[in-house]
Write a new protein. Structure first.
Length: 546
């Protein structure tokens, strides 16, 4: 193994900690409102710069309002790759524009399935232009595909049903009616399809094994009865007027699972059932996994899911299930746009190839990001890579009710490794609070979350320095620095496209300068320079150290 220096080196991702240029909005900037003595100390004592986390700098497009905001999946993949990574959003959008849907064998197979069985075609996914988990344009293109295949017409044998998951997290909190109106207008113009279900992403896109949430969505999608409304817009407005008792909010994220239709017979037919085909049109994999598993796992596999699942009954038979992108390796589904070949010599793999051990740690909400996404969608760890997952709190419905989340336990897990005689030379840790609490739109709670993160960073950095080590303190994207949407006059619950601070910490770096044109892809090369390990040719990022 190469002789290393400045180790252990800890890469600390303060999730959702960005820097807003809008000083007129300081009053609603949770980071500026928070007491952050550690951050101030790092800024005084060590070099700092801003790095870009959105748009073309991370493989995302530039939209009419500027660079498309980054997110945790995109951010961690770019960090781990050490190069700009073209994202699923761009690959799928470009393929659709090139006409790939019309002749795609997986989609044509779903159509053939319902024609053979006499069943119906269902499109399930997040109806939003947030472009973090889905893109409304992809759904509209799928509607056009169904029209061209003569599925879902007024007199057709096979209906087309849309099961709309509402956003309010990567979009403004009450923007669902606008998206649903756009979808309704497109359906009317195409002359095919109808919206059959409306449900908030809080239920349909859980990723923390809160199976009671997934059960509510699954039951609504498969069993007639329960909450209903005459139209999709009515379903949302009904929720706005009377939010649930359990989650006392009126935002789109929490819309209760609602069946849409004029009568009981129509609602019954529009449920997902044997002989049907489903296309789940989200492109990001972490949040659709649980609901997908409820549909596709056989009974033995379903009974063995983590934390017990829920009583779904027997698996729906003769159901063709398609996902727009690959949600998880090994899921028994057909995938429209499979991932490209794995990248070589990403950070985790390069460390392993050089015999450098590494430790990854996060709480449940962000654990896939420091492992699966960081490793370019690899489930298995690299040689010499150990991991610790800390359970996220499950005693609250939303994290503004517990802004500290499980940060202290994440901190302690990292401190345990830093105190160990066999401490890994490289540690990668995510502190989730700024992002997860920021998504609630609660300014006071997010301010508290930032203070918790700041204190945890201080403890980790001090322990690393005490061993003669070093640290990179940065973020994957912004969020907490903008808690109010002045244009929409409502809480801001989405990410931002602002840059994020990056500090290079260590005795060897006092007085050094950092480049001011950096991006997330430059972090891995920076870490490699810090520890004295060469940079592989495949990494096109450049060290931030001037």
């Amino acid at each position: 193994m190469t002789s290393l220096r400045n180790i252990p080196c800890v890469l600390i991702v303060r999730d959702g900690w960005g820097q807003s240029p809008h000083r007129e909005a300081d009053a609603t900037n949770a980071i500026l409102r928070a007491a952050t003595p550690v951050d101030a100390r790092l800024a005084r004592q060590f070099p700092r710069t801003l790095i870009r986390t959105s748009g073309e700098d991370v493989g995302l497009p530039v939209g009419p309002d500027g660079p498309v905001m980054g997110n945790s999946e995109v951010g961690h993949q770019n960090i781990g790759a050490g190069r700009i990574v073209d994202q699923e959003l761009m690959r799928i959008t470009n393929a659709i524009r090139a006409g790939a849907l019309a002749t795609h064998p997986v989609l044509l197979g779903a159509v053939a399935h319902v024609r053979r069985s006499g069943g119906d075609l269902h499109y399930l996914g997040l109806v939003s232009d947030g472009q973090v988990h889905s893109d409304l344009a992809h759904l509209l293109a799928l509607v056009d595909f169904a029209k061209n295949e003569q599925i879902g017409g007024r007199n057709g044998a096979n209906a087309l049903y849309i099961h709309a998951i509402t956003d309010g997290r990567d979009t403004t909190p009450t923007s669902a009616p606008g998206y649903l109106n756009t979808l309704e207008a497109h359906l009317a113009k195409a002359g095919v399809g109808s919206i059959a279900t409306v449900v908030g992403r809080f239920y349909a896109m859980d990723r923390d094994h809160r199976w009671e949430r997934v059960a509510a969505a699954y039951d609504c999608l498969t069993n007639p009865g329960g909450r209903c409304a005459s139209t999709a817009i009515a379903a949302v407005e009904q929720y706005y007027a009377q939010p649930s008792d359990r989650v006392s909010r009126g935002g789109d994220e929490f819309v209760l699972a609602t069946q849409v239709g004029g009568d009981a017979e129509a609602i019954a037919r529009s449920r997902i059932k044997a002989g049907d085909a489903v296309v789940f049109f989200n492109f990001r994999g972490d949040r659709p996994r649980e609901l997908t598993k409820a549909f596709v796992l056989d009974d033995d596999a379903w009974n063995a899911v983590e934390k017990g699942g829920f009583d779904r009954g027997a698996r729906i038979g003769d159901l063709a299930f398609v996902t727009l992108a690959e949600f998880e390796t090994g899921l028994p589904v057909e995938v429209v746009f499979k991932r490209p070949a794995k990248m070589t010599n990403i950070l985790g793999g390069w460390l392993a190839a050089n015999g450098v051990r590494q430790f990854r740690c996060a709480e449940t909400e962000k654990f896939p990001h420091v492992t699966f996404f960081f490793n370019d969608y690899r489930e298995a760890p690299f040689d010499g890579e150990t991991r610790a997952i800390v359970p996220s709190p499950q005693d609250v419905a939303t994290y503004d009710l517990k802004p500290e989340m499980s940060a202290a336990s994440v901190r302690d897990a990292v401190l345990g490794r830093l105190a160990a005689a066999d401490c890994e030379p490289v540690i990668i840790v995510n502190l989730a609070n700024g992002d997860m609490v920021g998504h609630t739109g609660n300014l006071a709670a997010t301010t508290k979350a930032i203070e918790v993160v700041d204190a945890c960073v201080g403890a980790i950095v001090d322990a690393a320095l005490a061993r003669g080590g070093s640290a990179i303190v940065t973020a994957d994207h912004g969020n907490a620095e903008e808690m109010w949407n002045a244009r929409a006059n409502c809480p801001h619950t989405a990410h931002t496209n602002y840059p994020v601070p990056c500090s290079v910490v260590g005795a060897a770096f006092r007085g050094r300068k950092l480049r001011d044109d950096g991006r997330l892809a430059d972090l891995a090369p920076t870490l490699l320079e810090m520890i004295g390990l060469s940079q592989p040719a495949e990494m096109t990022g450049k060290s931030l150290i001037a």
